[in-house]
Design a binder for this molecule. Structure first.
Ligand code: AQP
Length: 334
């Protein structure tokens, strides 16, 4: 019998998730669940590398878990869980920290970016974030990791750490690969279309949230920054705003950029913005309905949280024990 490959991915509960998180990641995850064993984590331990309000963090984490399910991830088929409920992540991260060089961490562009954004709080967790990410992935013998471009460097480091460990102690970790499937769209900020749409953005008009009401979505698209060229053409360098709207419309409708350019040739920006907004409203409508229903079913969600954490704990213990034995930690006497 051919065993299914394992996929691991996660999102940080650093805010309400955006259309960028959905089109770039979550939407694609839902198409993987039949073919792979998937673990989708809510990486709350990563989130605290930036200062969080505790009540907000707890709320965002629960909402994110509900959004995973509302967007189509089946909790009976995928393991959907909070990182902080599986202590193996922290335990393996410590071990991997001892196999990660400072020179490697110094090269990570995300650390440079985040430390310049949060210059008042450049903590050690932000610096060693890639070792925790390596632990997330290696803890489950993950084969494939669907990641955006911004995480490629971290995956490379994960592979290096795993290979280093395997060379010293013998075959232990599966060496993970990036998942090259349908490439998720990179969605840009509606107000500053040269930077990516981010859930932690301060400008409410810059992001579309998965929970935004239809009228809010329409309003935000109408206010989206465009240009004076007056042609609907995919040209991110010269027309970043319009190109972003094209890529959103393409990710939703499955139409190519050229098809979209032809469909809207001669059309004004105002009309195009409305069409894009309507497509977003329609794709989010069933997700929002399901999200509202799930929010009311506290006991069902609590059951999923408990049940999936148990499954993840069970799987993680196997590899963690193996690693602990290989490095020479004494066995626990039961
Ligand atoms: N704008 C985007 N377009 C496409 N994909 C995106 N992702 C994030 N933003 C976009 C993808 O969403 C997943 C979750 O990422 P994360 O929660 O680990 O954090 P992030 O990448 O840092 O996302 P944000 O929204 O920008 O969060 P903050 O504001 O907290 O930094 C990843 O697969 C990512 O590629």
């Amino acid at each position: 019998m051919e065993t299914k490959k394992t996929i691991f991915s996660g999102m940080q509960p650093t805010g309400a998730i955006t259309l960028g998180n959905y089109l770039g990641a979550l939407k694609n995850w839902t198409s993987l669940q039949d073919e792979y064993n998937c673990l989708y984590c809510i990486v709350d331990m990563h989130a605290i590398t930036v200062r969080q309000n505790p009540a907000e963090l707890r709320k965002n984490a629960r909402n994110l878990l509900i959004q995973y399910i509302a967007a189509g991830l089946d909790p009976a088929q995928n393991i959907i869980y909070y990182q902080s409920h599986v202590s193996g992540h922290a335990e393996l991260a410590w071990i991997l920290n001892c196999f990660t060089y400072m020179g490697e961490l110094n090269r990570m562009t995300q650390f440079k970016d985040k430390s310049s954004k949060h210059s008042e709080n450049i903590n050690a967790g932000l610096y060693t974030y890639p070792a925790l990410m390596a632990a997330d992935i290696l803890l489950y013998n993950t084969d494939l990791v669907p990641i955006g471009n911004d995480q490629k460097q971290h995956l490379e480091l994960t592979r290096d750490i795993a290979e280093r460990f395997n060379t010293i102690y013998g075959e232990t970790f599966t060496i993970p690969e990036g998942y090259i499937g349908k490439v998720g769209a990179r969605i840009m900020d509606l107000q500053e279309p040269t930077k990516k749409m981010s859930k932690s953005s301060e400008d409410k008009n810059a992001t579309i949230l998965l929970t935004d009401k239809p009228e809010e979505i329409l309003k935000k698209f109408k206010r989206a920054v465009t240009d004076n060229v007056a042609t609907i053409k995919y040209d991110p360098e010269n027309q970043p705003g319009i190109s972003n709207l094209i890529s959103i419309y393409s990710a939703i409708t499955g139409k190519s950029y050229v098809e979209i350019e032809n469909e809207f040739s001669g059309s004004g920006y105002g009309n195009f913005k409305i069409k894009v907004a309507e497509s977003v409203i329609e794709i989010l409508r069933p997700i929002q309905q399901k999200y509202d229903e799930l929010q009311k079913d506290k006991s069902y969600i609590d059951h999923i949280i408990k049940d999936n954490a148990q499954k993840a704990n069970y799987q993680s213990q196997k590899i963690l024990r193996k690693v602990q034995k290989k490095i020479g930690f004494p066995s626990i006497i039961r």
